[in-house]
Design a protein around this ligand. Sequence first.
Ligand code: GDP
Ligand code: MG
Length: 207
Amino acid sequence: MSLLHRARFTVSAARLDQLPAPTTAEVCFVGRSNSGKSSAINVLTNQRRLAFSSKTPGRTRLINLFGIPDPMTPDAWLGFLVDLPGYGYAAVDQKSREEWADVLGGYLHERSSLAGVVLLIDIRRGVTDLDRRLAHWIGLRGLPTLALLTKADKLPYGQRVRAVAQVRKDLAEIGTLAALPFSATHRIGLEDAAAHIENWISPQVVP
Ligand SMILES: Nc1nc2c(ncn2[C@@H]2O[C@H](COP(=O)(O)OP(=O)(O)O)[C@@H](O)[C@H]2O)c(=O)[nH]1
Ligand SMILES: [Mg+2]
């Protein structure tokens, strides 16, 4: 069983200063509204409604932390999955958009416990300007990044492979990038993605 299946909702924060003090490894999920972020978190944790999957984009304005309990130590967390607010939803007013940019940029830039970033990109849309701005922050810190090209079930195999190559090119600024086709509905790339994320939370110790 994947460690990620143990995830449970821990806390929400509306602002960075409301987050708990950084302790163990955090893996954050970022992406445009409607990119499939909630669906990815739900399928990776094998819980249908852990991250609320909504048909109304731009609704998740909070930072949500999902703790992965340490199987060896009761009441201790091995790490956290962090669901950050989606971006790029056109109907949201300018002020709210800037608040989100501050939260996202601030978290990526400052959070000392951040171990890795999962960047969700709709495979048919590819990398957008906002994704690129985010990639700039990620690249500056040299954070390990996994780009999940979501909704891969919508494209035939050959086009998936081409989309991955294009994303690698577009996000070359991130030196530590891995990219995979992914589908929450068809479970494409699920095991690879889970292995990647688990490794950030609980690095394999070679005896
Ligand atoms: N076909 C397909 N649709 C998906 C997939 N993942 C998400 N969706 C759909 O895309 C829409 C947005 O998904 P959601 O997870 O709420 O995106 P979020 O706004 O990034 O959290 C919903 O209608 C989902 O059902 C996928 O892997 N395949
Ligand atoms: Mg969502």
